[in-house]
Design a protein. Structure first.
Length: 134
């Protein structure tokens, strides 16, 4: 009975992350809590730890000092907006030249995590409007 409850909590965390894309632990907690008010932050953190270790979830980077989790664990790159923290998935990123060079030297790369940073279109448009007003 107890184990069943734990399994459900883990599933809520995973389902929330799958539905919403990229979220911090606190974002996940706030969303899960809306449907399951008795869940605690500690429970969310513990389950994220288990899901990360078992490879069902990956940490994609940090936004405003928070770790951001991703339920997509296939190899894909990210673009992070420095201003609003939005994270975009990037498709079609193959092994980089750095990986090819490493493997040509006899090393084996098992994972490539690429994150690009900048300003998203929304923030650029907002910024353009603000400077226009002045
Ligand atoms: Zn932005
Ligand atoms: Zn992603």
């Amino acid at each position: 009975m107890v184990e069943r409850r734990h399994t459900n909590q883990r599933q809520w965390v995973l389902d929330t992350l799958k539905a919403e894309g990229h979220l911090s632990a606190l974002d996940i907690y706030n969303r899960v809590r809306a449907d399951h008010p008795d869940i605690s932050v500690a429970t969310v953190y513990r389950n994220l730890g288990i899901l990360t270790e078992s490879g069902q979830v990956q940490i994609v980077g940090h936004s405003s000092q928070k770790e951001i989790y991703d339920a997509r664990t296939d190899s894909h790159a990210h673009f992070v907006c420095r201003s609003c923290g939005q994270i975009f998935d990037l498709e079609g990123i193959g092994p980089s030249d750095a990986v090819k060079n490493l493997e040509a030297s006899g090393h084996r790369v098992s994972e490539q995590r690429l994150t690009l940073y900048g300003l998203c279109r929304d923030c650029l448009e907002k910024h353009a409007k603000e400077t226009h007003v002045q």
